[in-house]
Design a binder for this molecule. Structure first.
Ligand code: 6GU
Length: 246
């Protein structure tokens, strides 16, 4: 699968070269291209922002560099149509726009995106991108404004890294043992159970005896109970949604 990230801080994405995703890139499982928004400006100062209509604090990202950058990205995608307007909605690549005013990015959403061939990410800075860009981009992309949670980051880059990791690790082959993907927090609507390794007694703290019993049924029941207890205590919101399912 291919990711294209547009940002004014391309060096921010350098960490994608390391760790699991770095290996996946070298093995050709995940292809990540980073583009500098300023390469799509033509003035001496490579200007990407301007003052907001209606007044107010801060600066707004100008629409035209975004249009040029996103046209460039759409034309590079794995399934770029010769004539963009002939693309059916299902074949458009996805454009993720990280913003605290977006819909929540969840494990379910990550799973859906891991099935796509091409995901573009538009990292805004300042007070945001001129709103008209999102409507304009619908012709080329399925546009989704997404938020990681209810707090504010300075720009979309850290969110882009988080989303690329969350999506990329679900691409077959990226995580060595696929079984480790199913027994994880959020995969079944519950938080993960606690885990332990040797020694069985560590600084006076014992591993829960059931885990040493060799009784797989008992272990599974204990883990399930732990998942439920943690979810109830730490994430009442998830627990309410889970509890109302059955
Ligand atoms: Cl996705 N972007 C920004 N800029 N801030 C955020 C966020 C995203 N999610 C939470 N805060």
């Amino acid at each position: 699968m291919r990711f294209d990230v547009v940002t004014i801080f391309p060096e921010y994405l350098a960490v994608l070269d390391v760790s699991l995703l770095g290996r996946a890139r070298r093995e050709g499982l995940v292809d990540v291209h980073v583009h500098d928004l300023r390469d799509f400006t033509f003035d001496r100062h490579r200007t990407v922002d301007d003052t907001p209509y209606g007044g107010g604090a801060g600066m707004v990202m100008k629409p035209e560099p975004w249009a040029l950058a996103l046209e460039h990205v759409a034309a590079q995608g794995p399934a770029a149509p010769a004539e963009p307007s002939s693309a059916a909605p299902g074949d458009r690549p996805v454009l993720l726009v990280p913003t605290p005013s977006g819909e929540r990015f969840t494990q379910r959403f990550a799973r859906e995106l891991a099935e796509r061939e091409h995901v573009a990410i538009a990292c805004g800075r300042y007070e945001g991108i001129d709103e008209r860009v999102f409507g304009w981009a619908e012709e080329l992309f399925e546009v989704r404004l997404v938020s990681l949670g209810d707090y504010v980051l300075n720009g979309g880059e850290v969110a882009a890294l988080a989303m690329i990791e969350a999506i990329g690790r679900l691409v077959p082959g990226v995580v060595g043992n696929p079984a480790s993907l199913v027994e994880e927090s959020h995969e079944d609507g519950l938080l993960e159970y606690p885990v332990y390794t040797k020694p069985a007694d560590w600084r006076g703290r014992a591993v829960p005896p059931v885990l040493l019993s060799g009784d797989h049924g008992k272990v599974a029941a204990w883990r399930r109970a732990q998942q439920e207890e943690r979810t109830r205590e730490r994430r009442p919101d998830l627990w309410a949604a889970y509890d109302s399912e059955d």
